[in-house]
Design a protein around this ligand. Sequence first.
Ligand code: GLA
Length: 724
Amino acid sequence: MNIIKITNNQFQLNTKSTSYVMHNENGFLCHSYYGKRLPDCDHNYMSKRPMYRGSAQSNMSKNLPTLDNALLEYPGFGEVGITATAIEVLNSDGTNFVDLRVFDYCIHNGKPKIDGLPASYAEDGDNVQTLEIKTKDAISKVEVSLFYAVFYDYDVITRWVKITNNGEKAITLLRALSGNIAFDNRNYDVISNFGTWARERQIERAPLLHTGSVVESNCGSSSHYANPFMIMAEHNTTENSGEAIGIALAYSGNHKMSANLSIYNVVNLSGGISPDNFRWNLNQSESFSTPELVISFSDNGLNGLSQNFHKLIKNRVCRGIYRDKKRPVLLNLWEACYFDFTDDTIKSAADSAADLGVELLVIDDGWFGKRDNDRTSLGDWNVNADKIKCGLESLCDYVNSKGLMLGIWFEPEMVSPESELFKKHPEWVMQINGRKPTETRYQLMLDLTNPEVCDFVYKSVADVLKTTNIEYVKWDYNRTMAHIGSSYLNPEQMGEYYHRYMLGLYDVLERLTADFPNVLFEGCASGGGRFDIGMLYYTPQIWTSDDTDAVERSEIQYGTSLIYPMSCQSAHVSACPNHQTGRTVSMQARHIFALTGSFGYELAPEKIEEKDREYIKEFIKFYNENFDIFQKGKYYRLSNPKTDDYAIFEYVYEKRIIVGLMRLKTHALNFQTNIKLQGLDPNYIYTDKVSGERYCGSQLMQFGLPVNTCRNKNDFYAKMWELY
Ligand code: GLA
C-alpha cells in the first residue's frame, strides 16, 4: 500500500479514496492536487503550472517574479504577490520577512505527538504514516517542519507545523497557522457555522467571493459564535453528491479559519490560531508547535464529508474507556431544580430515575460552597453542607445503592469574587494590574497560564474524585475571556497569554483524564460554546446546547453534525412546556430527536406522569439495545430542518437502519411524502420491525420509505422506523 509516495520533486499522499499531491519548485512547497484518489502513475504534468504569472502582452518584460499564481502550502510573509500568509515572524532585525524553502524530508510510521496539544492519534496496526517536510529560511535560520499525517482508512489528512529558531537572536512569531491549501477556484461555496447561546451552530452557505470568508474567534475559546471549521463545496454539491473539502482545527481557543479568493482565481484555505493578539517569543533553539488541522475531501457530498470527520473523531480523537463503551443514559437535574435542592431531592430523584432505567444521575450547579444562586462560590469546591447534609460520600452510596452512578458539575476555570478562593488568592485571577476586571455572570476567570493555579484546578476536581465514587464530571465554562493579564507572566509574554491559557487547560485535563480513567468527562460551555476537536480529545461528549427544545435541537444538532459525530453531542429529553422556548412537543418527538446525540434526560423524574413512565422505560431499553447503531453507525442528514417541512435523519449500521422524522411545518395537505434513504445495500431485503413490511434496498433509496401523516394533525408529529 502506497500511503506516501515520493518521486523526484513530487509528494503524493494517498488515502483509500483521496490523493493529496505537492511538488517542490525552486524550494517552494507547492500544492498540485487534492481530490478523488489518483492511480499510482506519474503526475508530473500537474506541477508544470507556472508559479509566476507571465504578462499577456508579449512586448512586456518577462521578469515578473510575483507569486500570485503559486499554490503555496505554507506561504511566508513578504514576497511579491503573496495573497495569503501562513507565517509571519518579527525577526531580530525588526523585519517580518520569511522565505521558506524545502531542504529535506522524512517519513514517520504512525503519527508523532504534538507537545502539549490535543490531536488525532494512530494506534498500532493503523495504516497511518506522517510525512515531515523540512523547510528553512536560509538568512534568518527559522526552520519550519510541515507535518502531514495520512490516515489511509479514514480519508483524512492532518497538518501541523513545528517552528524552530535556529538563529542566534530571539525572534517573535506574529502568525503561525497550522496549514494552508491553495487551489484554483471551481465555483466554490463556503459552509460554516455561526451561533450564540441556545442557538449554536447554525449553518450558513454562501459563494466564495473576492472579499473572502473568515470564521474567527478572539474571545479566548472556540466559542458559540464561530466554530473552528470551514467547508468548501462546489456550488452543485448536495448532501449526497458532489465534491467538498473540509478543514477543522483541533483547538479550543482563539482561531481563524479563512478562505480567500485572489483576483487570479486562486483560493487559499487556511486555519490555525488567530493571529490577533498572538505573539510567541522564540529564543535561540526554542520551538513552537501549532495545533492540528484536520482535513478531508469527499466526492459523496456533504454527508460523505461529515462521515469522514465523524469516523476519525469517534475513533482516533476521542480516547478512554468511553470511546467504545456504551455511554450511560444519564439524567441531569439542572432543569429539574436549578439551585434549589437538598440531599433529599437527589435521593428521591435517584429512586424515581432508577425505576425508569436511567444509569447515571447528575447533580448540576449548586452543590458546593454557599452556592444558592450564580453569584457566589466558584472556586470553593467543598460540599455545601446546608444542602447536602449527609455529605457527598454518603449521597453517592445512596445513589449507587439504587444501581445508579453519580455525576457532578464543576466549573473549575472560574472564581466568584464572593468566595473563599478569591479572598485567599486574588492574584490568581486573569486581570490587568491596576484595572478592575469585568465580571460576567458574577464570575472571573482563573489565570491558567500560572502552573500553581493549574495545580489548584487539578486538585479541586481530583480531591472530589478521590474521596467519592463520582463517575462523571460535567466540565463547564460560562464566560468568555476579557481583561487578559497575569501576575505570573512578564510583560513580554502577554501576547502569549491566550495560547498559554489553552496549554494550561489541556495540561489539567490530560492529568485528570489519565488519573481517573473510569470517569466520564463531559464538556460544556454555557451549552455548546466550546464544541471542538480539542475538547473532544479529553471529553468524549459535550453538552450541545442549553436549548433543550426538540425543534430547536433538530437544527442545532443538524449544524453540529457537519463535523462532529452524533455520539459526541449530548442530547436530553426535557420537560414541557420547554424551559427555553415554552413549546410543547410530544414525548415521541423529544425522545426521537435526543437519539441524534448521546442520549439522556433533563427533568425531574418523580414529576413524570404515570402514563409516560412506561414509554420512557421502553425507550431506554430500546436505546440500550441499539446503542451500537448510534455509536458506530453512519449518520445521514436526510432533510434540512431550517427549510424543509420535516426534520429527518438516518443511521445505518451494517444491515440495521433507524430513521427518525419530525414534522416541523404543518400544511393542510402535506400528509404524503417518501423518504429516500441512503447508504443501503440495494439488493438486501429490509423488514420494517413494526409493520413487517418488506422493501429492497434499491426501492428504499430510489422510491423511498412512504410516510403518511394524514391522520396525525398534532404539531411536531414524530415517527421512528427500525428496519433490519
Ligand atoms: C451552564 C450550562 C448548564 C448548567 C448551568 C449551571 O449554563 O450550560 O447546562 O450547567 O451552566 O449553572
